[in-house]
Every structure is written in C-alpha cells, then in structure tokens.
Design a binder for this molecule. Structure first.
Ligand SMILES: Nc1nc2c(ncn2[C@@H]2O[C@H](COP(=O)(O)OP(=O)(O)O)[C@@H](O)[C@H]2O)c(=O)[nH]1
Ligand SMILES: [Mg+2]
Length: 246
C-alpha cells in the first residue's frame, strides 16, 4: 500500500532533511504496481529502496546512508564545519516494518552513543557504523484514514485495527478489490469468478470450500470474513498491491 501508508504531512515534518523511502514487504507485493511507485518517487528525486526485511541484505540501506553522509559532509566541510555521522530516524505507519528494520540495522557491535531527553523517556542514539547513528525508537505516525477507501486498505494490511471497521465490510472490500485487480487469484483461491450484489453466494462458497461452519452445519460468516482478511495478509491470495498510482 505505497500510497495509503504515506503520511500526509511528511513533507512538512521532514522539510529539507535527507530522506530515504524504504518500500518494505517487497516480497508480498505486486512488483508491477509497486515498481510504478518506485519510479514515480525516483523521478521526483527521492532515494528509494525496496526490500524484504526478513531475508534481504540490509547493506543496500547502509550504502545509501553512507552516500547521503558523503554529500552532507561535503556541504559541512565547505562551510568549515566538522564531519559527523548521519543521525537517522525510522518513521512509518503501524505494521510497516519499523521495528524489524531497526533490529536488522542494530548489530551486537552497535553501541549506545548518547541520550536525549524525550517527552516520555530518554531516547538513545545507536552507532550503526561510522556514517550512521540511529534513534532506537521509531516514529509512529498515523495516516489520515478519514477517507473510507484508504481506511479499508490500511485495515486490510493491519495498519489500523480492523475492529475500527466492520469485519464483513472489510472482507467484502477485499473481494471487490481482488475482483477488480486480481481476478485470477480470486478464482484460484476461492473458485469465485463473478461477484453478486449481497455477497451471500461468495461467503457460502468460501465457507464450504474451507470448512468454516458454525453449529447446525451452516456457514459461519464471521469465520469466512476472518479467513479472507488473513489470506490477504499472509500472501495466500498471492502478491497483492491494493494502491494504484493513477
Ligand atoms: N514478509 C515480510 N514481512 C515483514 C517485512 N518486514 C516486516 N515484516 C513483518 O511485518 C510485521 C510488522 O513488522 P514490525 O517491524 O513490527 O512493524 P512496525 O509496527 O512498523 O514496527 C512483523 O510480523 C514482521 O515480521 C518484510 O519485508 N516482509
Ligand atoms: Mg514496532
């Protein structure tokens, strides 16, 4: 969800500071669509890294921070200032992979290099390498989910609690999106090749197929909704990107 997960006022927050856009969970997405976003941001002049944080080498992120610091330190030297490491903060919406990223960057050799009093606790800087110091806690920022479509995308990928929305409505949203963008995946996983007005047929079909029954031998709709949501998140519905660039 490269668009839905974007924090709206990020430009105001970051201003002219260097920024790297890290597209996490690259293993779960539809590369065709995500690559359009990557190109879009690169064309705007941003540094973009796409990564599977669970398995890919973290070096590509470290290399970028080294590059940024080279540029920054040249500017500093020109002004007669001392060189210094880059101090970076990981920012993103809930479930984006912030903690995973920080844990990957911090190694046993990393040392705490100082504390800054924060609002609720001290925040510490961790030396990752000679060019990079990282804040040990991520900045969690909430996306604006007043837009219904966006709220559904965010809930579908666990960035906002799905309880905020009606579970059945979220499952129906996912079915509609799959039908629009990934009809083959919908057919393959659930045997569904068309959608009906009230979705009863679809829920019945999925429930029977997956044995999601309540007592009395009737399909348990709540279990069906949960299954659809979990199938999407786990990648069992295939590699899915729900945002479109245009
Ligand atoms: N498949 C996949 N899972 C990821 C990736 N990055 C993070 N995760 C998983 O996504 C979930 C949320 O990650 P977490 O780091 O806790 O997100 P945070 O809320 O931003 O701190 C965890 O279960 C991670 O294991 C990734 O690149 N690929
Ligand atoms: Mg976290």
């Amino acid at each position: 969800m490269p668009r839905s997960s974007k924090i709206d006022d990020i430009d105001d927050i970051i201003k002219e500071k260097p920024r790297v856009i890290i597209m996490t969970k690259y293993d779960l997405c539809d590369k065709n669509e995500t690559d359009k976003f990557i190109k879009y941001y690169e064309d705007l002049g941003y540094k973009v890294v796409c990564i599977n944080l669970l398995t890919d080498k973290i070096a590509k992120i470290l290399d970028i921070s080294t590059d940024i610091m080279k540029e920054e330190n040249e500017k500093r030297k020109a002004k007669g200032m001392k060189e210094r490491p880059l101090r970076a903060l990981v920012i993103g919406v809930p479930n984006a992979g912030k903690s995973t990223l920080i844990n990957r960057l911090v190694s046993k050799k990393s040392v705490n290099v100082g504390n800054t009093p924060g609002v609720t606790k001290n925040i510490s800087w961790i030396r990752i390498n000679k060019d990079l110091e990282l804040l040990d806690t991520p900045g969690i920022l909430w996306p604006d989910f007043s837009d219904q479509e966006r709220a559904h995308v965010l809930a579908a990928f666990s960035s906002i609690r799905e309880e905020i929305l009606d579970k059945n409505a979220l499952a129906v949203f996912i079915l509609k999106k799959l039908y629009e963008y990934y009809p083959d995946n919908l057919k393959e996983r659930y045997g569904i090749d068309h959608l009906t007005e009230d979705f009863v047929e679809e829920f019945e079909l999925i429930g029977k197929k997956r044995g999601l029954m309540a007592s009395g031998g009737v399909v348990d709709y709540e279990k069906v909704a949960t299954a659809i949501i979990n199938d999407l998140k786990s990648g069992r519905l295939g590699k899915i990107t729900l945002d479109r660039l245009d």
